[in-house]
Design a protein around this ligand. Structure first.
Ligand SMILES: [Ca+2]
Ligand SMILES: [Ca+2]
Length: 213
């Protein structure tokens, strides 16, 4: 993933907000009809960034979804994720995080998409909360990393759901985060895949030995 901390494009360190065209934000896309992504400077509105000097507000001018497509991850790899979420209001903002394998077409839809992991989080403005998960098995296609705004605690479509420090991939999310972050556990089918890949590797090893003797 690129620009998981929304540090790009880099704005002068003057507390403010910036609603900018998605094409100017490396890595990220939005479903918003106006194509705008909102980035806040550290300290604007009294909100410090979780990491670095900038973070994003998912609700820019409307309810929306920020997403990033991550190609090139082979099948059968154990991956993890991390992100920080914070509400803007005393009443919690709700956001649904999802990792989706887009299937052989490497595009959303087409009947071949598989949700690898999803979690709905709910946080007020009191503090950032850092979420991590590990043990997710990849299927070998482009993975879409999605933050979908579900509701705004302020009841304002143009406000809510701060996000920062997003990452995804091999070796991510294993260290755990602050505040007792929830951790995902592989599902039964995922355990089955892990077992299968182990058996296949063992079988290949036996085959190699047989050929040598
Ligand atoms: Ca940041
Ligand atoms: Ca697809």
């Amino acid at each position: 993933m690129v620009n998981g901390g929304f540090e790009l494009p880099s704005f002068a360190p003057i507390p403010n907000y910036h609603q900018i065209a998605q094409a100017t934000v490396p890595g990220w896309h939005t479903t918003a009809s106006d194509g705008l992504i909102e980035i806040w400077n550290n300290g604007f509105g009294g909100f410090a960034s979780y990491e670095g000097t900038q973070h994003a507000e998912i609700n820019a001018t409307q309810m929306g979804t920020l997403y990033q497509d991550v190609p090139g991850i082979p099948a059968g790899v154990l991956v993890g994720f991390q992100f920080a979420h914070r509400g803007r209001y005393p009443v919690a903002d709700v956001m649904q995080f999802t990792l989706t394998d887009l299937g052989p077409d490497n595009l959303p839809g087409g009947g071949d998409d598989t949700v690898l992991y999803t979690q709905t989080v709910s946080d007020s403005n009191s503090a950032w909360k850092f979420y991590t998960g590990t043990g997710i098995v990849t299927l070998g296609h482009t993975v879409r990393f999605t933050f979908a705004s579900v509701s705004s605690g302020g009841g304002v479509p143009a406000g809510g759901n701060f996000i920062d420090a997003a990452d995804f991939g091999f070796g991510v999310g294993g260290g755990g985060g602050g505040g007792g972050a929830p951790t995902s556990v592989p599902t039964l089918s995922e355990w089955g895949m892990i077992l299968l890949s182990t058996l296949l590797a063992f079988g290949a090893f036996l085959g190699l030995r047989r050929r040598r003797h």
